[in-house]
Design a protein around this ligand. Sequence first.
Ligand code: ADP
Length: 176
Amino acid sequence: MSKAQDRIRIHTGDITKLDVDAIVNAANTSLLGGGGVDGAIHRAAGRELEFECRMLNGCKVGDAKITSGYKLPARHVIHTVGPVWQGGGKGEAELLASCYRRSLDIAVANDCRSVAFPAISTGVYRYPKDDATEIAVYEVNDFIKHNALPEIVVFCCFDEAMAELYRQHLATLGGD
Ligand code: ADP
């Protein structure tokens, strides 16, 4: 069997352009849209996404919910809510890890073979990028080691500096 990290890709660019089974949205608890990647996803998907999101009654920090992708190339959007960084003593690391695990659980339940993640919480929510990247890489690698789906996970980085952080953390993974 191939190594888990052979199923991980790093892409630099706009997540709304990716033709994958599901893109993950770094949403807020209302699920009604916001700035950053959330705003970009809602703009690209169209108003119907907001209508579906209204029916979901929000989402807790560390949890995730799925909708259709509407006008996006992606079939689904998995909305997860990352923690706001408050210095690290408020359970932020466990909540961020939970965002990745819950999103992947939901992807599997919906037969998603390819899933793309943005760098959850590293924008307006101010999670330190290096620490957030370490958690993202660890959780995704651990999950796919134990699951046949998703076959491919893409870390979609908005800039090259973030992509380089992901490369560094991926390189530290063991070979199992
Ligand atoms: P959060 O509120 O969880 O911090 P943000 O949207 O502010 O979410 O930022 C999360 C990450 O998404 C940041 O690293 C930001 O650079 C990145 N980002 C913003 N727009 C896009 C996009 N269109 N595609 C991919 N990543 C994006």
